[in-house]
Design a protein around this ligand. Structure first.
Ligand code: AMP
Ligand code: MG
Length: 337
């Protein structure tokens, strides 16, 4: 199959929407990362997504809608707090897990009786959902296990020849996947996957915001994942990622001792001066780190890095999302200096 590269002009968006309405898969830009979009209600199309990614069948897909008011068409009930959260953060980088109805096939929900609903803010994605008139299932457009794509070029690297088209909508603004939450009670939510809608932001609305265990810890044998995606190794480039929690000075000393004879470091902006090995930087604050992380991990593979020491970010605000992706890329091993 030839994968066509489409632009963000109206006629290309309408071509992409037609492909989706006809059961094809298209790479789509969103404000979080690029997604692999297909009609969420078309079982065959959804199966093709799992095939193209090599994604385990029990890892559910998020369903993207043009407006949160459409969520009632695909769910059996929506608690009041979900509406309050949607009013505040939709469209935007948040996914709310709700009980699904029959319009969402089990293939899409990975066999669960719930569905993750998201309303993306990226104008290109929004327009394609509108034009297709379909709910769009869209996991990140990477090969399963590899870092998520934040540009059309990244999507092509992983998916060329496997999908009908990719729409180029520029670089993803946030760079990490959406915050996934479940509703625990009338005033409590649980973060299943951290993203750019942070715990601190949700606390402005909810009395309690629980951070699911799987965000910072490896699941134990037999422990059930509230978010099935958290079971799998994720975000891993070919390079061996070593995550180091330390002050700048301690990080530098650690590198001098361990990486001077080879290896790369991924550090905060400004730390690259006098770091005793080859360095890439990934921003100076959590928002920048989220925006740049996946692109840097892909770049490190392209330059053939075998071992990469990453200076771990703080876990405050958006930092929790960056930390969560890195700890999975590092196989849950953190070196504390
Ligand atoms: P991706 O689409 O690749 O960004 O991954 C979607 C993530 O959302 C996975 O980690 C899933 O486990 C999570 N997710 C999607 N739908 C549900 C659901 N119904 N219940 C719990 N987690 C979900
Ligand atoms: Mg993914």
């Amino acid at each position: 199959m030839e994968t066509v590269l489409l632009s963000d002009c109206e006629s290309d968006l309408s071509a992409a929407a037609k492909l989706i309405a006809n059961g094809q898969i298209v790479g789509l830009p969103t404000e979080t990362v690029y997604g692999l979009g297909a009609d969420a209600s078309n079982e065959n199309a959804v199966r093709e997504i799992f095939k193209a990614k090599g994604r385990p069948a029990d890892n559910p897909l998020i369903v993207h809608l043009a407006d949160f008011s459409q969520a009632k068409d695909y769910t059996t009930s929506i608690p009041e707090i979900a509406y309050t959260i949607a009013e505040r953060f939709c469209p935007g980088p948040i996914t709310i897990v709700l009980p699904k109805n029959d319009k969402i096939p089990l293939v899409t929900s990975g066999g669960l009786d719930t569905v993750g609903i998201r309303v993306p803010s990226h104008p290109v994605m929004h327009r394609i959902i509108e034009l297709s008139g379909r709910p769009i299932a869209a996991p990140s457009a990477n090969t399963s296990g590899y870092p998520s794509p934040t540009s059309a070029e990244h999507v092509l690297r992983d998916m060329n020849g496997k999908i009908a088209a990719v729409v180029d909508g520029g670089q993803s603004r946030f760079g990490v996947e959406s915050t996934v939450i479940s509703i625990e009670s009338s005033d409590t939510v649980r973060i299943l996957r951290p993203g750019c809608v942070t715990r601190e932001m949700l606390l402005e609305i909810c009395r309690e915001v629980i951070i699911d265990d799987a965000i910072l810890h490896e699941l134990k044998e037999g422990q059930k994942a509230a978010s099935p995606g958290m079971k799998y190794k994720h975000y891993s480039p070919k390079a061996d990622i070593k995550m180091v929690e330390a002050s700048t000075d301690d990080f530098r000393s650690y590198i001098a001792e361990h990486a001077a004879d080879g290896g790369y470091a991924l550090v905060f902006d400004g730390e690259e001066t006098d770091m005793p090995c080859r360095c890439l930087t990934y921003g100076k604050n959590s928002l920048e780190q989220a925006h740049q992380l996946f692109a840097r991990l892909r770049e490190l593979d392209e330059i053939g890095a075998e071992v990469v020491y990453v200076h771990a970010p703080s876990v405050d605000g958006v930092g929790l999302a960056v930390y969560n992706r890195l700890i999975r890329a590092a196989g849950f091993e953190v070196i504390r200096v």
